[in-house]
Design a protein around this ligand. Structure first.
Ligand code: PLP
Length: 357
């Protein structure tokens, strides 16, 4: 059996939603977009959502709508699952300043951000990595606008409040393999109507003659229809992910309860991936044994800063992290195969003990 490391969960109702728009001929502009925005805003618990073409477009627009530009600094984590954040900072002409993450949750450390902030800092971009909610209130207390990156975390909550409603603005990605999809797509959400209006204004250049720089970042009607269909099913998708993750977590618990640490479960987290920390030598052996057996484990995170030596917590995590897919399109048979492949990989790696967690 071969199991993909990620796969969308596409069902008959998604096809029907797409066909409905296809048959109407209104594939680009149309009512689905505003409906998707309204339904997304209500899910996230904010007043405003602006649907766009990707998570990157959303990041770029959110920073531009905050007025971030040349000469400004934006603080972001030194490692991440995607370079989109850093590239969006470059896209507005600002300078990315990297800060270390917490060992506990792999999210941006408020202490590290405080130490990195200067009078030029105009924003913080804080992802909820692999669905683990970041402490946005602690970052918000620093008095700098916070853009939550919810690309991997729609449906997660911090102290009972949905991610996306905690910062100055939030961005989402609906790429094919995210928690829900509009094929490709994204959104900027904010409680601040003026910020959302600026993002909406910048989203598309056509029908404007005022010499202002704008983009073509709009979401298409066809994508919005798929997004609406998927959004309705998000609670079921997230519940299925939780069930799968717990089954896979049991494999590790049986192999040695105290020899690994799960970044999940944290209250309010969603399982974009199941993320675990293992002692470094054990992690490397497990990864190798999993690779031999075609079990799709990975390390998920990459350095986005160019000077890794400056970030001890991130280094600690990079040596220990192991992520395993938990997407809802996995069948029961595939989950059983994955669990038994993991069990074999752990045994072949000599178990979980050996080295410092
Ligand atoms: C944390 C994070 N932010 C932003 C993005 C960018 O989203 P998109 O691929 O829709 O541009 C991703 C996508 O992988 C991501 O994982």
């Amino acid at each position: 059996m071969t199991i993909a490391s990620a796969k969308p969960c596409l069902e008959e109702d998604d096809r029907q939603a797409m066909n409905r728009v296809f048959d109407s001929g209104q594939i680009a502009d149309g009512d689905e977009i505003a409906c998707f925005e309204e339904e997304l805003a209500s899910t996230v618990g904010v007043a405003n959502a602006v649907a766009v073409s990707s998570g990157f477009a959303a990041l770029h627009l959110a920073l531009a709508a905050l007025g971030v530009g040349k000469g400004d600094e934006v603080i972001l984590p030194c490692l991440s699952t995607c370079p989109a954040m850093r590239n969006a900072v470059w896209a507005v002409g600002a300078r990315p300043v990297f800060a270390d993450v917490n060992r506990e949750d792999a999210n941006l450390s408020a202490d590290a951000v405080r130490a990195a902030a200067t009078s030029r800092t105009k924003a913080i971009v804080a992802p909820h990595h692999t669905g683990i909610p970041a402490d946005i209130p602690a970052l918000g207390a620093l008095g700098i606008p916070v853009v939550e990156d919810c690309a991997q975390a729609i449906g997660a909550a911090w102290a009972g409040r949905p991610v996306g409603s905690l910062g100055t603005a939030a961005i989402f990605s609906f790429y094919a393999t995210k928690l829900m999809t509009s094929v490709d797509g994204g959104a900027v959400c904010s409680a601040d109507p003026a910020l959302a209006d600026r993002a909406r204004e910048l989203r598309y250049y056509r029908h404007r003659n005022d010499q202002q720089m704008r983009f073509n970042y709009k979401m298409q009607n066809l994508n919005a229809a798929v997004g609406r269909s998927q959004l309705k099913k998000l609670p079921r998708f997230l519940a299925r992910r939780r069930t799968i993750a717990r089954q896979l977590l049991d494999v590790f618990s049986e192999a040695g309860e105290r020899s690994f640490r799960a970044l999940h479960p944290i209250e309010g987290a969603v399982y974009f991936k199941l993320a675990l920390l293992l002692p470094p030598a054990v992690r490397d052996r497990v990864l190798e044994e999993a690779r031999i057996r075609d079990v799709p484990c990975s390390t998920e995170f990459h350095w986005v800063a160019e000077n890794p030596a400056s970030f001890p917590n991130a280094q600690h995590l990079m040596a220990r992290i192991l992520t395993i897919p938990a997407y809802p399109a996995l069948t029961d048979d595939e989950v059983r195969w994955l669990a038994s492949g993991l069990k074999e990989s752990l045994a072949a790696a000599g178990g979980l003990t050996g080295g410092d967690l």
